[in-house]
Write a protein that binds this ligand. Structure first.
Ligand code: GLY
Length: 253
């Protein structure tokens, strides 16, 4: 069970962040409303929220997940793989220090972002991407193995992050899309395939009794619902424009 979530308010300069999408500029006011709805959903899941102020130095800083890997044993501060985001982790670390005695770090020349890290029970999958390099993956593996977790790497081709295309929702159920469909590394899981045109929705999150899913992706919603999960839908239109998904917007622990 998760008890806490860290989120960070949307910066006014959000639209100046990094994106590969051609969906237009995000609307700040709409993004603020969607962020607020997201927080309400996390509260409904039973989480206590640590809501950080927006940081105008970092347009992408609402995507807090990239700054850390947390589990019941350890918090690991990442080394973000793009210059414009380096430093986002400092405020997050201050919150995590209240909960973790043992904080570890990914260090240069290793780079690693939380969006590339998928946890399936005691197994971690690390996406090798433009943001997470082999050295970052090696350092994370060494840290996690000390706490008896196993790690494997997956080379990404097009996805920004590993969790762009895969989500674990518990009970051995894995939601998989795009280039990750049919990857044999996931063969022991019960695979829920996401249709190409619903690929964005693959980034969903299980939070206690609920699965949060992006709004308006009916087929994936039905597939998850048919497995017996309770669903909360969130309108993510403005975050999608900046390559962000549901997992990116919080650190859950
Ligand atoms: N816009 C989120 C990222 O590129 O990291």
């Amino acid at each position: 069970m998760f008890k806490h979530a860290i989120v960070r308010n949307v910066a006014r300069k959000f639209q100046d962040g990094i994106t590969s999408c051609n969906l237009g500029k995000p609307d700040y006011n709409k993004a603020v409303i969607q962020h607020s709805d997201y927080i309400k959903a996390l509260k409904k899941c039973g989480l206590r929220i640590f809501q950080l102020n927006a940081d105008e130095k970092f347009p992408d800083s609402t995507f807090v997940e990239d700054t850390t890997i947390v589990n019941k044993d350890v918090a690991i501060i990442t080394n973000l793989g793009v210059t414009s985001r380096k430093g986002e982790e400092l405020e997050i670390k201050k919150v995590l220090e209240r909960f973790y005695d043992n904080i570890e770090y990914i260090k240069n020349p290793g780079t690693l972002e939380g969006g590339d890290i998928l946890k399936v029970e005691n197994q971690y999958y690390i996406g090798l991407s433009k943001r997470t390099n082999k050295e970052g993956a090696k350092q994370l593996t060494e840290i996690l193995e000390k706490y008896d977790y196993s790690c494997s790497t997956i080379q990404l081709v097009n996805f920004l992050h590993l969790k762009t295309g895969v989500a674990y929702i518990g009970d051995n159920n894995l939601i998989v899309s795009g280039e990750l469909i049919d990857n044999p590394i996931f063969k022991k899981c019960n695979i829920i395939r996401v249709d190409y045109d619903e690929g964005y929705a693959a980034n969903c999150i299980r939070v206690n009794k609920y699965v949060l899913i992006a709004k308006d992706f009916k087929r994936l919603k039905n597939s998850i619902s048919n497995l017996g999960y309770k669903i909360l839908e969130i309108d993510m239109s403005e975050f999608r424009k900046m390559d962000g998904g549901l997992s990116c917007l919080s650190i859950r622990f």
